[in-house]
Design a protein around this ligand. Structure first.
Ligand code: NAD
Length: 298
Protein backbone atom coordinates (compact mmCIF):
# COMPACT_ATOMS: atom_id res chain seq x y z
CA UNK A 1 0.00 0.00 0.00
CA UNK A 2 1.34 3.45 -0.88
CA UNK A 3 1.03 5.77 2.08
CA UNK A 4 0.62 9.52 2.32
CA UNK A 5 -2.04 10.09 -0.33
CA UNK A 6 -4.13 13.24 -0.33
CA UNK A 7 -7.73 12.47 -1.30
CA UNK A 8 -8.73 15.10 -3.83
CA UNK A 9 -12.34 15.93 -2.96
CA UNK A 10 -12.29 18.91 -5.29
CA UNK A 11 -11.51 16.75 -8.34
CA UNK A 12 -14.03 14.06 -7.31
CA UNK A 13 -16.72 16.73 -6.80
CA UNK A 14 -16.00 18.19 -10.25
CA UNK A 15 -16.50 14.75 -11.84
CA UNK A 16 -19.69 14.24 -9.83
CA UNK A 17 -21.03 17.63 -10.95
CA UNK A 18 -20.28 16.58 -14.56
CA UNK A 19 -22.40 13.42 -14.12
CA UNK A 20 -25.17 15.46 -12.45
CA UNK A 21 -25.12 17.88 -15.41
CA UNK A 22 -25.70 14.92 -17.78
CA UNK A 23 -28.51 13.70 -15.51
CA UNK A 24 -30.09 17.16 -15.59
CA UNK A 25 -30.04 17.21 -19.41
CA UNK A 26 -31.79 13.86 -19.41
CA UNK A 27 -34.32 15.07 -16.80
CA UNK A 28 -35.15 18.18 -18.86
CA UNK A 29 -35.70 16.03 -21.96
CA UNK A 30 -38.13 13.78 -20.09
CA UNK A 31 -39.88 16.22 -17.72
CA UNK A 32 -39.90 19.29 -19.98
CA UNK A 33 -38.61 21.52 -17.17
CA UNK A 34 -35.48 22.10 -15.11
CA UNK A 35 -35.04 20.79 -11.58
CA UNK A 36 -35.34 23.70 -9.11
CA UNK A 37 -33.55 24.35 -5.82
CA UNK A 38 -34.85 27.01 -3.43
CA UNK A 39 -32.43 28.36 -0.83
CA UNK A 40 -33.72 30.44 2.06
CA UNK A 41 -31.27 32.80 3.77
CA UNK A 42 -32.34 34.65 6.89
CA UNK A 43 -30.19 37.57 8.06
CA UNK A 44 -26.80 38.82 6.92
CA UNK A 45 -24.33 36.29 8.38
CA UNK A 46 -21.29 36.67 6.06
CA UNK A 47 -20.31 32.95 6.06
CA UNK A 48 -23.91 31.90 5.29
CA UNK A 49 -24.15 34.49 2.50
CA UNK A 50 -20.97 33.09 0.91
CA UNK A 51 -22.33 29.51 1.11
CA UNK A 52 -25.67 30.55 -0.40
CA UNK A 53 -23.96 32.39 -3.27
CA UNK A 54 -21.75 29.42 -4.12
CA UNK A 55 -24.70 27.01 -3.90
CA UNK A 56 -26.69 29.22 -6.29
CA UNK A 57 -23.78 29.40 -8.76
CA UNK A 58 -23.19 25.63 -8.66
CA UNK A 59 -26.93 24.98 -9.16
CA UNK A 60 -27.06 27.08 -12.32
CA UNK A 61 -23.81 25.56 -13.63
CA UNK A 62 -25.33 22.05 -13.73
CA UNK A 63 -28.40 23.37 -15.58
CA UNK A 64 -30.87 23.65 -12.70
CA UNK A 65 -32.98 26.62 -11.62
CA UNK A 66 -31.83 28.40 -8.48
CA UNK A 67 -34.32 30.39 -6.42
CA UNK A 68 -32.97 32.53 -3.58
CA UNK A 69 -35.19 33.88 -0.83
CA UNK A 70 -33.40 36.44 1.34
CA UNK A 71 -35.29 37.54 4.43
CA UNK A 72 -34.28 40.01 7.16
CA UNK A 73 -33.09 38.70 10.54
CA UNK A 74 -36.26 40.24 12.00
CA UNK A 75 -38.55 37.76 10.19
CA UNK A 76 -41.02 36.05 12.54
CA UNK A 77 -41.29 32.29 12.99
CA UNK A 78 -44.80 32.40 11.41
CA UNK A 79 -43.58 34.32 8.35
CA UNK A 80 -40.67 31.91 7.82
CA UNK A 81 -42.94 28.88 8.16
CA UNK A 82 -45.36 30.48 5.70
CA UNK A 83 -42.51 30.89 3.18
CA UNK A 84 -41.50 27.22 3.56
CA UNK A 85 -45.14 26.18 3.09
CA UNK A 86 -45.35 28.26 -0.10
CA UNK A 87 -42.22 26.50 -1.40
CA UNK A 88 -43.68 23.11 -0.46
CA UNK A 89 -46.60 23.93 -2.77
CA UNK A 90 -44.53 25.49 -5.58
CA UNK A 91 -44.37 23.01 -8.50
CA UNK A 92 -41.11 24.55 -9.82
CA UNK A 93 -39.30 23.76 -6.58
CA UNK A 94 -37.89 20.24 -6.07
CA UNK A 95 -35.49 21.03 -3.25
CA UNK A 96 -35.78 23.38 -0.27
CA UNK A 97 -32.75 24.33 1.80
CA UNK A 98 -33.02 26.66 4.78
CA UNK A 99 -29.51 27.91 5.53
CA UNK A 100 -28.61 27.21 9.16
CA UNK A 101 -27.97 28.49 11.76
CA UNK A 102 -31.07 30.71 11.96
CA UNK A 103 -31.13 33.80 14.19
CA UNK A 104 -31.73 32.89 17.85
CA UNK A 105 -35.42 33.85 18.03
CA UNK A 106 -36.27 31.26 15.34
CA UNK A 107 -36.73 27.55 16.02
CA UNK A 108 -34.54 25.55 13.56
CA UNK A 109 -36.30 22.26 14.35
CA UNK A 110 -39.82 23.65 13.77
CA UNK A 111 -38.77 25.19 10.45
CA UNK A 112 -37.11 21.96 9.25
CA UNK A 113 -40.18 19.98 10.34
CA UNK A 114 -42.30 22.16 8.00
CA UNK A 115 -40.28 21.22 4.89
CA UNK A 116 -42.00 18.56 2.76
CA UNK A 117 -39.71 15.51 3.33
CA UNK A 118 -39.78 14.85 -0.46
CA UNK A 119 -38.16 18.30 -0.98
CA UNK A 120 -35.82 18.09 2.02
CA UNK A 121 -32.54 18.01 0.05
CA UNK A 122 -30.49 18.64 3.22
CA UNK A 123 -31.91 15.40 4.66
CA UNK A 124 -32.51 16.97 8.08
CA UNK A 125 -36.27 16.21 8.40
CA UNK A 126 -37.03 13.44 10.91
CA UNK A 127 -38.75 11.44 8.15
CA UNK A 128 -35.50 11.31 6.19
CA UNK A 129 -33.40 10.72 9.34
CA UNK A 130 -35.76 7.83 10.19
CA UNK A 131 -35.58 6.39 6.66
CA UNK A 132 -31.78 6.47 6.85
CA UNK A 133 -31.87 4.78 10.25
CA UNK A 134 -33.99 1.88 8.95
CA UNK A 135 -32.10 1.62 5.65
CA UNK A 136 -34.94 2.87 3.39
CA UNK A 137 -33.26 3.72 0.05
CA UNK A 138 -35.77 6.54 -0.61
CA UNK A 139 -34.16 8.62 2.18
CA UNK A 140 -32.73 11.98 1.23
CA UNK A 141 -29.39 11.77 3.07
CA UNK A 142 -27.49 14.77 4.55
CA UNK A 143 -25.02 16.07 1.97
CA UNK A 144 -21.78 16.17 3.96
CA UNK A 145 -21.81 12.57 5.26
CA UNK A 146 -23.02 11.22 1.91
CA UNK A 147 -20.13 13.06 0.23
CA UNK A 148 -17.72 11.50 2.77
CA UNK A 149 -19.11 8.03 2.01
CA UNK A 150 -18.66 8.57 -1.74
CA UNK A 151 -15.00 9.49 -1.20
CA UNK A 152 -14.44 6.44 1.04
CA UNK A 153 -16.02 4.05 -1.48
CA UNK A 154 -13.97 5.56 -4.27
CA UNK A 155 -10.78 5.07 -2.23
CA UNK A 156 -11.46 1.70 -0.63
CA UNK A 157 -14.16 -0.04 -2.68
CA UNK A 158 -16.03 -2.47 -0.43
CA UNK A 159 -16.14 -1.14 3.15
CA UNK A 160 -17.64 -4.30 4.64
CA UNK A 161 -16.08 -5.42 7.94
CA UNK A 162 -13.87 -2.35 8.34
CA UNK A 163 -13.49 -0.65 11.74
CA UNK A 164 -14.86 2.87 11.41
CA UNK A 165 -14.64 5.56 14.08
CA UNK A 166 -16.74 8.69 13.65
CA UNK A 167 -15.77 11.53 15.98
CA UNK A 168 -18.76 13.83 16.57
CA UNK A 169 -22.43 12.97 17.09
CA UNK A 170 -24.30 15.88 15.48
CA UNK A 171 -27.50 15.26 13.55
CA UNK A 172 -25.93 16.96 10.52
CA UNK A 173 -22.70 14.98 10.25
CA UNK A 174 -21.77 12.43 12.94
CA UNK A 175 -25.01 10.45 13.34
CA UNK A 176 -25.91 10.14 9.64
CA UNK A 177 -22.26 9.30 8.86
CA UNK A 178 -22.39 6.45 11.36
CA UNK A 179 -25.69 5.21 9.87
CA UNK A 180 -24.22 5.25 6.35
CA UNK A 181 -21.11 3.32 7.44
CA UNK A 182 -23.29 0.79 9.26
CA UNK A 183 -25.27 0.45 6.02
CA UNK A 184 -21.97 -0.51 4.34
CA UNK A 185 -21.44 -3.19 7.05
CA UNK A 186 -18.61 -1.41 8.86
CA UNK A 187 -18.12 -1.94 12.60
CA UNK A 188 -18.97 1.57 13.72
CA UNK A 189 -18.00 3.50 16.85
CA UNK A 190 -19.29 7.02 17.48
CA UNK A 191 -16.94 9.03 19.69
CA UNK A 192 -17.88 12.39 21.20
CA UNK A 193 -16.98 14.96 23.85
CA UNK A 194 -17.51 12.47 26.70
CA UNK A 195 -15.54 9.60 25.12
CA UNK A 196 -12.79 8.24 27.38
CA UNK A 197 -9.32 7.78 25.90
CA UNK A 198 -10.17 9.05 22.43
CA UNK A 199 -6.60 8.33 21.25
CA UNK A 200 -6.98 4.55 21.67
CA UNK A 201 -10.53 4.56 20.21
CA UNK A 202 -9.22 6.34 17.10
CA UNK A 203 -6.19 4.01 16.94
CA UNK A 204 -8.30 0.94 16.20
CA UNK A 205 -9.95 2.50 13.14
CA UNK A 206 -9.36 1.56 9.51
CA UNK A 207 -11.58 4.54 8.68
CA UNK A 208 -11.57 7.77 10.72
CA UNK A 209 -14.18 10.47 10.11
CA UNK A 210 -13.49 13.58 12.17
CA UNK A 211 -16.41 16.00 12.57
CA UNK A 212 -15.70 17.90 15.76
CA UNK A 213 -14.93 21.54 14.95
CA UNK A 214 -11.66 21.75 16.96
CA UNK A 215 -8.50 22.70 15.05
CA UNK A 216 -6.12 19.74 14.59
CA UNK A 217 -7.22 18.00 17.80
CA UNK A 218 -6.84 14.49 16.29
CA UNK A 219 -3.10 13.86 16.57
CA UNK A 220 -1.13 11.95 13.95
CA UNK A 221 0.06 9.37 16.51
CA UNK A 222 -3.60 8.43 17.29
CA UNK A 223 -4.12 7.21 13.74
CA UNK A 224 -3.28 3.61 12.86
CA UNK A 225 -0.76 3.24 10.00
CA UNK A 226 -2.64 2.56 6.77
CA UNK A 227 -5.94 4.08 7.94
CA UNK A 228 -8.06 6.28 5.67
CA UNK A 229 -9.02 9.64 7.17
CA UNK A 230 -11.87 11.96 6.25
CA UNK A 231 -11.48 15.38 7.86
CA UNK A 232 -14.83 17.21 7.97
CA UNK A 233 -13.73 20.02 10.30
CA UNK A 234 -13.61 23.62 9.14
CA UNK A 235 -11.77 25.78 11.67
CA UNK A 236 -10.51 29.30 11.15
CA UNK A 237 -7.21 29.93 12.94
CA UNK A 238 -4.61 32.74 12.85
CA UNK A 239 -2.14 32.35 9.94
CA UNK A 240 1.63 32.75 10.21
CA UNK A 241 1.33 36.19 8.60
CA UNK A 242 0.11 38.67 11.17
CA UNK A 243 -3.50 39.77 10.89
CA UNK A 244 -4.34 36.93 8.46
CA UNK A 245 -6.30 33.74 9.10
CA UNK A 246 -6.46 30.32 7.47
CA UNK A 247 -8.75 27.27 7.52
CA UNK A 248 -7.60 23.99 9.07
CA UNK A 249 -9.37 20.70 9.76
CA UNK A 250 -9.87 18.62 12.90
CA UNK A 251 -6.87 16.38 12.12
CA UNK A 252 -3.19 17.31 12.52
CA UNK A 253 -2.55 16.39 8.88
CA UNK A 254 1.20 17.17 8.87
CA UNK A 255 1.69 14.57 11.64
CA UNK A 256 -0.58 11.97 9.99
CA UNK A 257 0.20 12.26 6.29
CA UNK A 258 3.26 9.97 6.21
CA UNK A 259 1.47 6.92 7.66
CA UNK A 260 -2.16 7.17 6.42
CA UNK A 261 -3.38 5.41 3.28
CA UNK A 262 -5.26 8.59 2.41
CA UNK A 263 -6.51 11.80 4.00
CA UNK A 264 -8.78 14.58 2.77
CA UNK A 265 -7.19 18.04 2.82
CA UNK A 266 -8.87 21.10 4.36
CA UNK A 267 -9.81 23.02 2.31
CA UNK A 268 -10.35 20.98 -0.88
CA UNK A 269 -11.58 17.70 0.62
CA UNK A 270 -15.08 17.34 2.04
CA UNK A 271 -16.23 20.94 1.46
CA UNK A 272 -16.60 20.70 -2.37
CA UNK A 273 -18.37 17.33 -1.97
CA UNK A 274 -21.08 18.87 0.21
CA UNK A 275 -22.28 21.22 -2.53
CA UNK A 276 -22.02 18.55 -5.24
CA UNK A 277 -24.17 16.17 -3.17
CA UNK A 278 -26.73 18.93 -2.61
CA UNK A 279 -27.13 19.11 -6.41
CA UNK A 280 -27.28 15.31 -6.56
CA UNK A 281 -30.04 15.26 -3.91
CA UNK A 282 -31.98 17.93 -5.83
CA UNK A 283 -31.85 15.87 -9.02
CA UNK A 284 -32.87 12.73 -7.10
CA UNK A 285 -35.79 14.62 -5.46
CA UNK A 286 -36.87 16.09 -8.82
CA UNK A 287 -36.75 12.65 -10.48
CA UNK A 288 -38.86 11.13 -7.69
CA UNK A 289 -41.44 13.95 -7.98
CA UNK A 290 -41.74 13.32 -11.73
CA UNK A 291 -41.93 9.54 -11.29
CA UNK A 292 -38.63 9.12 -13.16
CA UNK A 293 -35.89 6.69 -12.16
CA UNK A 294 -33.01 8.51 -10.50
CA UNK A 295 -29.96 8.59 -12.79
CA UNK A 296 -27.58 5.67 -12.23
CA UNK A 297 -24.11 6.26 -10.82
CA UNK A 298 -25.07 9.15 -8.56
P1 NAD B 1 -21.33 20.18 16.17
O1 NAD B 1 -20.71 21.26 16.99
O2 NAD B 1 -22.80 20.09 16.03
O3 NAD B 1 -20.83 18.76 16.72
C1 NAD B 1 -19.51 18.56 17.16
C2 NAD B 1 -19.40 17.20 17.78
O4 NAD B 1 -18.07 17.03 18.23
C3 NAD B 1 -20.31 16.98 18.99
O5 NAD B 1 -21.10 15.84 18.76
C4 NAD B 1 -19.37 16.77 20.16
O6 NAD B 1 -19.78 15.70 21.02
C5 NAD B 1 -18.06 16.40 19.49
N1 NAD B 1 -16.94 16.90 20.28
C6 NAD B 1 -16.76 18.14 20.77
N2 NAD B 1 -15.61 18.20 21.47
C7 NAD B 1 -15.06 16.98 21.42
C8 NAD B 1 -13.89 16.40 21.96
N3 NAD B 1 -13.06 17.11 22.68
N4 NAD B 1 -13.65 15.11 21.72
C9 NAD B 1 -14.48 14.37 20.98
N5 NAD B 1 -15.62 14.86 20.42
C10 NAD B 1 -15.90 16.14 20.66
O7 NAD B 1 -20.61 20.28 14.76
P2 NAD B 1 -21.02 19.70 13.29
O8 NAD B 1 -22.09 20.52 12.72
O9 NAD B 1 -21.16 18.22 13.34
O10 NAD B 1 -19.67 20.06 12.51
C11 NAD B 1 -18.41 19.52 12.89
C12 NAD B 1 -17.33 20.20 12.08
O11 NAD B 1 -17.53 19.91 10.71
C13 NAD B 1 -17.30 21.73 12.19
O12 NAD B 1 -15.95 22.16 12.09
C14 NAD B 1 -18.05 22.17 10.97
O13 NAD B 1 -17.67 23.47 10.53
C15 NAD B 1 -17.63 21.12 9.98
N6 NAD B 1 -18.58 20.91 8.88
C16 NAD B 1 -18.06 20.89 7.63
C17 NAD B 1 -18.88 20.68 6.55
C18 NAD B 1 -18.28 20.63 5.18
O14 NAD B 1 -18.97 20.78 4.21
N7 NAD B 1 -16.96 20.40 5.07
C19 NAD B 1 -20.25 20.49 6.73
C20 NAD B 1 -20.76 20.48 8.03
C21 NAD B 1 -19.91 20.69 9.11
Amino acid sequence: MTLGKTIDGKAFAAKLRGRIGEGVTDFVAKAGRKPGLAVVLVGEDPASSVYVRSKGKATVEVGMESYEFKRPATISQEELIELVEELNGDPRVDGILVQLPLPKHLDDAAVIATINPAKDVDGFHVVNAGKLAVGDPSALVPCTPLGCLMLLKDELGDLSGKEAVVIGRSNIVGKPMAALLLGESCTVTIAHSRTQDLASVVHRADIVVAAVGRPEMIKGSWIKPGATVIDVGINRVPAEEEGKSKIVGDVATAEAISHVAGITPVPGGVGPMTIAVLLRNTLVAASAREGLTAPAGL
